[in-house]
Design a protein around this ligand. Structure first.
Ligand code: TMP
Length: 206
């Protein structure tokens, strides 16, 4: 029987250590014999990577918040159609470094767009696709920015913006506790990894 596709996302403010945990999640599924596709957002396709360059280029300080929102959605529309949906149809496991919860947290809570507006535009972009499971890596803003550096246009934003994003993630996770699991990255990386693996085992272990 063909395996069912699985869609997992990792979210979090800057410098939350997503990459390490994504590698662990990929290992978990590969050990089970599953084919895993790793993607980052914005990005993951030629067109989406070009949009990423525009979004993150610090030279584009004058970008309006609406332009920013539409570009993130445009990058997502492309990767959903070109990569995510085909992979899921083929029964693969897709692990994405960021997805729609980033738009909710950054453009919703951070920039002030309503979650309802984001939701209705998102439906055009991803149809009924929702991650099966989302890990939110919670990180202290100053520690995260120090860890990740402040290189791109978004990282360059004021601390107050990043604080709103972090609180946004926590609010979103409280509303969807079944799908979104918050992990405190103040704990040692090995402990965070254990939490990720336990949840994956619980949901997809069989
Ligand atoms: P990253 O891939 O290095 O995390 O960079 C992506 C940046 O874009 C990060 O600052 C979060 C931000 N972002 C949004 O503001 N909205 C979105 O929808 C997505 C996917 C990312």
């Amino acid at each position: 029987m063909k395996k069912k596709g699985i869609f997992i996302t990792f979210e979090g403010a800057e410098g939350s250590g997503k990459s390490t945990q994504i590698r662990e999640a990929a290992k978990f599924f590969r050990k089970k014999g599953r084919e895993v596709i790793l993607l980052r957002e914005p990005g993951g396709t030629k067109i989406s990577e070009l949009i990423r360059k525009i979004l993150l280029d610090r030279a584009n300080q004058g970008m309006s918040h609406a332009t920013e929102l539409f570009l993130y959605l445009a990058a997502r529309a492309q990767v959903v159609e070109e990569k995510i949906l085909p992979a899921l149809r083929e029964g693969k496991v897709v692990i994405a470094d960021r997805f729609e919860d980033s738009t909710r947290a950054y453009q919703g809570f951070g920039r002030g767009f309503s979650l309802e507006a984001i939701e209705s535009m998102s439906r055009l972009v991803r149809g009924t696709l929702i991650p099966d499971l989302t890990f939110v890596l919670d990180v202290d803003i100053t520690k995260g920015l120090a860890r990740g550096g402040r290189h791109d246009r978004i990282e360059w934003e004021a601390l107050s913006f990043h604080r709103k994003v972090r609180q946004g993630y926590l609010t979103l996770a409280r509303k969807e506790p079944g799908r979104m699991l918050v992990l405190d990255t103040d704990q040692p990386v090995s402990v965070v990894k254990q939490c990720v693996l336990e949840r994956l085992q619980r949901v997809f272990g069989k």
